[in-house]
Write a protein that binds this ligand. Structure first.
Ligand code: PAF
Length: 279
């Protein structure tokens, strides 16, 4: 496994692989990331992982400086999976002085996370575009856990004719249903226990959908009511029943199905989760 901090050296190493699967990450890897690496390796023959905590996707009051980092543990895990290349640039390598260009993917970046975290998706799209240009992957792998991010990246790739396939993989969950996330490590024990309500709420809404409910507001109500039943959970930043591609809120769930998503704080930690119904 080659661990490469510079763009020039990565480009050189890249020439050894006819096909390459890329898993972009911000490190502090968990089973969710590792499942993406396994799939990349299996489908592409060679797997590259980028580890870069991208400052431009964090707001001024967000957790950039405290975001969990453990490079040694990450590299050991990646080595054990047979990862071929790991790209570990520092901030100056990605954003040298004078860097100014950004990628704005438009309306799909505006609702949900975009409404609560202005500028977040410009930061994500810009760094992912740069990572694609640097690593030239055949396929790039992302988790469904960050549902809006997957919509934004798929749209960017389509709109800008980027020559790669985007593969979205299922959310990996803990035994109680909590979606794996590097930020789960911030949770105090009582918050960690309470956080299982996110998936319980999604499953309750899914059950109502399966029983025939197609009114989107009724499904949002199930999400809100379930979250309200957990005292450690704050009122959600949003609960959403939206079109899976445009992310516009629905009145009625039709044959295309819907993305059910929500964002809730547990103490200082903000968690997101989602599920797709129908379609
Ligand atoms: O999902 C993440 O970890 C990040 O948003 C990504 C895609 C690596 C871009 O920094």
């Amino acid at each position: 496994m080659d661990v490469i901090p510079t763009i020039a050296a990565f480009r050189q190493a890249r020439t050894r692989y006819p096909t390459l699967g890329l898993v972009p990450t911000m490190g502090f890897l968990h089973e969710g990331h590792l499942s993406l690496v396994r799939r990349a390796k299996q489908e592409c023959g060679a797997a590259a992982v980028s580890i870069f905590v991208n400052p431009t996707q964090f707001g001024p009051r967000e957790d950039f400086s405290t975001y969990p980092r453990d490079m040694e543990r990450d590299l050991a895990q990646l080595r054990s999976l047979g990862t071929d290349l790991v790209f570990t640039p520092d901030v100056n390598e990605v954003y040298p002085p004078g860097h100014a260009t950004g990628v704005d993917v438009g309306v799909v970046t505006e609702p949900l996370e975009g409404a609560v975290r202005p500028g977040h998706f410009r930061g994500v799209a810009t760094v992912v575009c740069k990572l694609f240009n640097i690593t030239q992957p055949t396929r790039a792998y992302f988790g469904q856990k960050d549902a809006q991010q997957t919509v934004v990246i798929r749209k960017m790739v389509r709109d800008l004719d980027m020559p790669l396939e985007v593969v979205i993989c299922p959310t990996v969950r803990e035994a109680d249903g909590l979606a794996m996330s590097s930020r789960n490590t911030y949770l105090a024990p009582a918050e960690r226990q309470a956080a299982a309500v996110l998936y319980r709420a999604l499953r309750a809404a899914e059950k109502r959908f399966a029983a025939g409910e197609r009114n989107a507001e009724a499904l949002r109500d199930v999400l809100r009511t379930t979250i309200a039943g957990e005292p450690v959970a704050a009122a959600p930043d949003y609960v959403s029943v939206a079109d899976r591609d445009t992310l516009r809120e629905l009145q009625t769930v039709t044959d295309g199905g819907a993305l059910l998503s929500l964002a809730v704080r547990f103490g200082k930690t903000r968690l997101i989760d989602n599920i797709v119904v129908g379609g």
